[in-house]
Design a protein around this ligand. Structure first.
Ligand code: HEM
Length: 260
């Protein structure tokens, strides 16, 4: 039988996955489900692209890394824009089905944590919010122990003659990225002397800024939807989220900007 559009995309399964829990049905719950599912798909694609970037860096493939960062940056921009759609949900409309979420929260999104870990924003204590023994838990644990994009970036920079201090090369991969002045000096030199690397560094900065923008937009979304209420995931809500706001994933690229 001929392959159809629907077969290829598994549309029957995909379109059967939006199952509101409110009874009687609340009109806006469908939007809430579709948006979260769409985000999870974007997270999936970003993880896929970031894995490629890691491999490109390690193999010293500048141009493939540039084109993939361009894509990742563009996905990030779409993710930020999607917040506009969620903001059409009023606080009262959200309140009408919020209790159906029970303890479910984006806080438990394994792919979001994977994304943070791949980018080097490692917080081992986030594992405790996942059920041990599940495939998701194992995936996240593996990501925690794996080198991040930043570790791969060090390998790339080293091949370009940048000194990478030994403590960074031998570092425990489960710890978060730390800024380093020696790396910054090397990046600064490349920024000023190699225009093709400037393109890469600017795309990485765009991506990083996009991720911080997402956090900011999400916090404002939370603030306007639930104000100072606690999150369904059990955190303090806005106060908890503010802790990671403005944390760059590529701190060395931000630290040198006043010297460019
Ligand atoms: C009305 C809409 C939303 C509200 C009220 C809301 C609320 C919250 C709150 C209060 C938290 C803190 C954790 C907790 O639950 O205690 C949180 C975390 C989170 N939410 Fe949302 N959220 C909304 C929409 C979204 C959307 C559309 C996404 C997209 C995937 C999302 C993804 C996340 C993620 C990934 C976290 C963890 C962030 C971190 O740990 O830094 N949320 N959300």
């Amino acid at each position: 039988m001929e392959l159809t559009y629907s077969d290829y995309l598994h549309l029957d399964e995909l379109l059967d996955l939006q199952q509101p829990r409110s009874d009687p049905p609340e009109h806006d719950e469908t939007l809430f489900i579709v948006v979260h599912q769409a985000y999870e798909l974007w997270f999936k694609l970003l993880l896929h692209e970031l894995e490629k970037i890691k491999a490109d860096f390690v193999a010293n493939q500048l141009y493939p890394a540039i084109s993939t960062f361009k894509r990742a940056r563009t996905i990030m921009k779409v993710m930020v824009e999607q917040v506009d759609i969620v903001e059409t949900l009023t606080p009262m409309s959200f309140a009408s089905f919020r209790d159906r979420l029970d303890k479910a929260s984006g806080f438990q999104s394994v792919q979001f944590r994977e994304l943070e870990f791949v980018l080097g924003y490692k917080r081992a204590d986030m594992l405790k919010y996942q059920r041990p023994g599940t495939p998701a838990f194992e995936r996240l644990e593996r990501r925690l122990r794996e080198p991040s994009v930043v570790d791969a970036f060090y390998a790339f920079l080293k091949q370009l003659g940048v000194t990478i201090p030994e403590y960074l090369e031998k570092r425990d991969p489960t710890l978060p990225t730390v800024p380093d002045e020696t790396v910054e000096e090397g990046v600064l030199r490349l920024y000023k002397t190699q225009p093709n690397l400037e393109i890469l560094f600017e795309l990485m900065t765009d991506f990083d800024e996009g991720f911080q923008e997402w956090r900011y937009r999400h916090i404002k979304l939370v603030e306007r939807s639930i104000g100072s209420k606690r999150g369904t995931g059990g955190s303090l809500g806005v106060e908890f989220l503010k802790k990671s706001l403005f944390s760059p994933v590529f701190p060395d690229l931000w630290a040198i900007r006043h010297r460019l």
